[in-house]
Design a protein around this ligand. Structure first.
Ligand SMILES: [Zn+2]
Length: 307
């Protein structure tokens, strides 16, 4: 072997080590970006995280693409919202992946909504009311207090699945909980002006965020959950919104801005786009940036309202 080929061999060996760290014990398949971010916080170098969707996609409606099936086939754990948010696509992926480790009921299948008490659990199920969430509202990631509870449960689960690194998961879980606890205190102070504010929403995405910050949802742009607004409904909304003393119109990064912008234009109430998850805005780079930017955008919207 010449010196030159020897160097090439060494370089290739080094590249291989970097590409596949011997430490990446667990392959995580995260259904939504917030669970990918949480898995990274808790798993650090002990996990390799794949995120199935982006903040620009509607998590209610995802295509079960072959690329997602092969990712799920190689996963050790699937971390999802649950409560039927992924009912339109995860069952297909789970079936097609033929991966016993991540099937519902196995330790490798984790649902965030199973760890907390859900709001808006319907007492009576009526499909005519639109695409309601029959197990309750699944959009729990917008309240960091829920995130805290879910984080503790997920860290425990990761440690069960990868006992060799149990101490590391526990350590990172404690550090994350401390940091989040301090941030929650800071956010409470920062968000004080939002308490009691009335807001128009797009979809019932915000029940947890609004419960946390004390914002009232007074009208929805969707006439029924999952149903886009038509012209007649929008006209009716234009009539209603000023009467309800709304100060903000709130929609998610994945939603169409046209209806919120139209109402904002006609009523002079600011439309505020919120990240809804990690990656929804440039500032929402991780979970802390996600909550930071959500509050900042709401405050800017409220400030621009002219009181
Ligand atoms: Zn929903």
């Amino acid at each position: 072997m010449t010196l030159r080929t020897g160097l090439v061999v060494l370089a290739v060996a080094a590249a291989t080590v970097i590409a596949a760290p011997a430490h990446a014990a667990l392959n995580v398949f995260a259904c939504e970006p917030e669970w990918g971010a949480l898995s990274t916080e808790l798993g650090g170098g002990d996990v390799s995280v794949f995120v199935a969707t982006t903040a620009r996609q509607d998590p209610h409606q995802i295509q079960a693409r072959p690329a997602l099936i092969s990712r799920l086939r190689n996963a050790d754990v699937a971390v999802c919202t649950g409560a039927e948010l992924e009912i339109g696509w995860m069952p297909v992926l789970l079936r097609q992946s033929s991966n016993g480790k991540v099937q519902p009921g196995s330790p490798g299948y984790f649902e965030a909504t199973q760890q907390v008490r859900l709001l808006e659990v319907p007492t009576r199920l009526d499909r005519a009311e639109g695409d309601v969430h029959p197990q309750g509202n699944p959009h729990v990631q917008t309240d960091p207090r829920y995130m805290r509870v879910i984080a503790a449960a997920l860290a425990k689960r990761l440690a069960e699945l990868d006992p060799a690194h149990a101490a590391s998961y526990a350590q990172r879980a404690t550090a994350f909980d401390d940091k989040l606890g301090q941030a929650i205190e800071r956010w409470r102070t920062e968000a004080a002006p939002l308490k009691g504010v009335n807001a128009v929403i797009y979809h019932k995405d915000w029940v947890y965020l609004f419960a946390w910050l004390g914002i009232n949802d007074v009208a929805a742009i969707e006439p029924k959950p999952g149903v886009p607004p038509g012209g007649a409904y929008l006209a009716q909304l234009l009539d209603e919104v000023p009467k309800r003393q709304a100060k903000l119109i709130v929609y998610a990064a994945y939603q169409d801005a046209r209806a919120p912008d139209f109402i904002a234009d006609k009523t002079h109430i600011p439309a505020v786009m919120l990240p809804f998850t990690v990656g929804g805005t440039d500032a929402a780079k991780d979970l802390f940036g996600f909550y930071d930017d959500t509050i900042k955008r709401l405050l800017v919207g409220l400030g621009g309202n002219g009181g």
